[in-house]
Ligand binder design. Structure first.
Ligand code: M6P
Ligand code: ZN
Length: 204
C-alpha cells in the first residue's frame, strides 16, 4: 500500500495490525503557530528584558507589560536528555527600544557543541550570530530563509519590520540555554536603526 498526501482520511482496515497514530502537534505553515496539547508557551515582556537592550532608560519608559516576543515549544523528551530534538516557534512583535529593534534575549547553548536550525515563516528581520571570540555577523531573515546556527555560536533574532516576525527552530534536547554569558558580556554588536535602516553596530 502506498500513502500519499491525499490520504488524509486514511483509516486502518479491518485486518490491519499496525498501530496508527496521529501527529501530536500541528504546524500552521502560514503563521508558524503550533497547536496541540503538549505545546508549552512563554511570553517575554518589556519588564522581563532588563539588561538586553542598550538603552535602559528607553526600556524603562515603555509599558512594562508590553509583549516583545512569545515562544511556543514542543519538547517530546525531557530538557537535557541526550539524543532528542525540540521544536519551537517564536513570534517577535514589531517595535523598538530607543533605536534598537525588538529582539530575543539570545543565548549560547549551555552544551556549546550543539547547533540549531532557524527558519523564517513571516515578516522579516535578522539573525545575529556571535562566536566565542565575539566575532559577530548577521543573516537577513525573510519567509522561507533557513539558517544554520553552528555550535559554539550565540544567536539572537531582531524584528526589523512593521509586522510580526515568526520563525521556527529545531535544536537538540541536550543543548540547553546559557543566558548568563550574554547577561554578563552581551553581544559584541547591536542591530540599530541608523538613518532609517537597520545596521549592525559594534559595541564601543
Ligand atoms: C528559538 C529557540 C528557543 C529559544 C527561542 C527564543 O525558538 O532557539 O530555544 O528559547 O528561540 O530565544 P531566547 O531563548 O534567546 O529568548
Ligand atoms: Zn539556541
Amino acid at each position: 500500500m502506498s500513502i500519499n498526501s491525499s490520504d488524509s482520511n486514511l483509516k486502518p482496515s479491518g485486518n490491519c495490525t499496525v498501530p496508527m497514530r496521529t501527529a501530536q502537534i500541528m504546524v500552521d505553515f502560514r503563521t508558524g503557530e503550533l497547536s496541540g496539547e503538549r505545546v508549552q508557551r512563554i511570553t517575554r515582556r518589556i519588564k522581563d528584558l532588563k539588561g538586553s537592550f542598550g538603552d535602559e532608560k528607553a526600556r524603562q519608559s515603555l509599558d512594562p507589560e508590553m509583549v516583545v516576543y512569545r515562544v511556543e515549544t514542543f519538547s517530546p523528551v525531557s530538557v537535557g536528555e541526550e539524543g532528542g530534538l525540540f521544536w519551537g516557534a517564536t513570534f517577535i512583535e514589531p517595535g523598538m527600544v530607543g533605536n534598537e529593534y525588538f529582539m530575543t534575549k539570545g543565548h549560547f547553548h549551555a552544551e556549546r557543541r550543539r547547533a540549531e536550525f532557524y527558519m523564517a515563516v513571516a515578516g522579516g528581520g535578522a539573525l545575529i550570530l556571535m562566536d566565542e571570540s565575539r566575532r559577530t555577523s548577521f543573516e537577513v531573515m525573510h519567509p522561507g530563509s533557513l539558517h544554520y546556527i553552528p555550535a559554539h555560536t550565540a544567536h539572537r533574532v531582531a524584528n526589523t519590520t512593521g509586522s510580526v516576525l515568526a520563525f521556527m527552530a529545531c535544536w537538540p534536547s541536550d543543548a540547553g540555554h546559557d543566558y548568563e554569558s550574554i547577561a554578563a558580556e552581551g553581544f559584541a554588536a547591536r542591530l540599530l536603526k541608523v538613518s532609517g535602516a537597520p545596521a549592525l553596530v559594534a559595541e564601543p
